[in-house]
Design a protein around this ligand. Structure first.
Ligand code: PHE
Length: 456
């Protein structure tokens, strides 16, 4: 379509890295990673997660990079160009759906983060104790009107940035603030690790007890790996369609996966020592971050300012991740359906807000819609489960099969080596081995075991 001819690209290798990292790093690291690790028993879950990043996440990421940069299109258009007239483009359509499902609950949690920032600025967390931290979180999510209002604000911010365009919107923010977030989490770590009883938290995180590992936990670790690295749904395809021609994509993939995992670990090292030091439950679920972080800072000099800074930077990380999520439908609607970027962004956000309210009103059993469940899950958990644990790994499996068995290997070698400029023959061999044999087989095993067909 004509829209393709004046497509923008990121301006340099460094921007490619930060924009991609900006998509990967978000609530996944700071909110979801710690609470899932807590719910699934700690060390053993972590080990499975690392395994998934290495043998599933990295190869799928590289595959998406190939598809995106080679075709320079949105997820649906890219697959259609790669395999014209075949059903492969449905991976892209699934991705547009997954992006919406994720945004329904992600915008809700981002709304809590914005709200916490606001409250921190008002000094609401001075002299916080474990009880008041729990009560504050309860009142934030119960609303019912205020969390909806904050969700609306989140979506309005995201829409405004997207409507301004890829370069201006995404580049500037990620490059400057990502390193700051990193520094602030390290400050949290230092404080948390020096709390009395911090050792228990470290033990929880690093002691591997396979007895605690269920098939459901393994699926959760796999789903988290996809969610974390923004894979299986077209985000990385769409972003890589804006990559520069000379970018070393293998290096970018490894750097992004490594930095992202490091940030998750640092977040875990701030949260679990605090949980154990204050005698809280690691299994607290989605509220874990919100109940512990105010406690970490309450014991620190300049705590109030640092707490506000923490939620500010988390809000930024969540926002840059959302930009990449919403970019999937926006690029699709504007390139394939002839909509302007502005109207695509507005239309998408309206849908996300309308359905997202269901997530916001069903976070807790006591929420307004908390008693409506499907297979035992309320809207909030259902949107999360279907996207992270089903659609993203399924998208990943299809992408692995496409790259492993259906595209010409020499095309892939050509693109990954920047037309022969990079000497990466050995790495590419390793990649093909993984994407053909290891990644798809692991994905199938995890799927089958999670529905009970294979038992360990
Ligand atoms: N990776 C983001 C995070 O961890 C979430 C995300 C998922 C973004 C899928 C884009 C696509 O917060």
């Amino acid at each position: 379509m004509a829209a393709n001819k004046k497509r923008e690209t990121f301006s340099s290798g460094l921007t490619v890295f930060f924009a991609t990292l900006g998509s990967a790093v978000g609530l996944g690291n700071i909110w979801k990673f710690p609470y899932l690790t807590g719910q699934n028993g700690g060390g053993a879950f972590l080990l499975v997660y690392f395994f998934c990043i290495l043998f599933v996440g990295l190869p799928v990421m590289l595959s998406e990079f190939y598809i995106g940069r080679k075709t320079r299109k949105n997820a649906v258009g890219a697959l259609e160009q790669l395999k014209p007239g075949t059903p492969w483009k449905n991976i892209g359509i699934m991705g547009v759906g997954a992006s919406c499902l994720i945004m329904f609950f992600y915008s809700s949690v981002a709304g809590w983060v914005y709200f916490y920032l606001f409250k921190a600025l008002l000094g609401d967390f001075a002299n916080v104790t474990m009880e008041t931290a729990k009560a504050q979180f309860g009142s934030v999510i119960m609303g019912p009107l205020s969390p909806i209002l904050w969700q609306f604000i989140v979506l309005a911010v995201v829409t405004a940035i997207l409507a301004m365009g890829v370069k201006q919107g995404i580049e500037k923010i990620t490059k400057t603030l990502m390193p700051l977030l990193f520094v602030l989490i390290i400050i949290c770590d230092i404080r948390a690790l020096t709390l009395p009883g911090a050792g228990e938290g470290i033990k929880f995180l690093f002691q591997v007890d396979f007895g605690k590992l269920s098939a459901a936990a393994i699926l959760a670790a796999l789903g988290l790996a996809f969610f974390k690295l923004s894979l299986g749904m077209g985000t990385m395809m769409t972003y890589s369609s804006y990559f520069t021609e000379d970018n070393n994509m293998i290096k970018t993939a490894v750097k992004v996966a490594f930095s992202d995992t490091l940030i998750s670990m640092l977040a875990g090292l701030a949260i679990f020592p605090t949980v154990f030091s204050f005698g809280m439950e690691p299994t607290a679920g989605p509220g874990l971050l919100f109940m512990t972080i105010p406690l970490v800072f309450s014991q620190m000099p300049f705590g109030t300012i640092l707490l506000a800074a923490f939620f500010f930077l988390t809000a930024i990380a969540a926002t840059t991740a959302m930009l990449s999520l919403v970019e999937v439908p926006v690029a699709y609607l504007s390139e394939e359906k002839g909509m302007s970027r502005k109207s695509a962004a507005v239309a998408t956000s309206c849908v996300m807000f309308a359905v997202g309210i269901l997530a916001t009103l069903s976070v807790d059993k006591a929420s307004v819609l908390g008693n409506i469940t499907f297979f035992g899950l309320g809207f909030f958990d259902l949107f999360d489960y279907i996207s992270s644990n089903i659609l993203l790994p399924m998208g990943g499996l299809l992408i692995a099969l496409l790259l492993g068995y259906s595209v010409k290997q020499e095309d892939v070698v050509n693109e990954l080596s920047n037309h022969g400029q990079l000497k990466i023959a050995g790495l590419v061999k390793g990649y093909f081995f993984l994407i053909r044999y290891v990644t798809p087989i692991l994905l199938v095993i995890v799927f089958l075991s999670s529905i009970g067909i294979i038992k360990f």
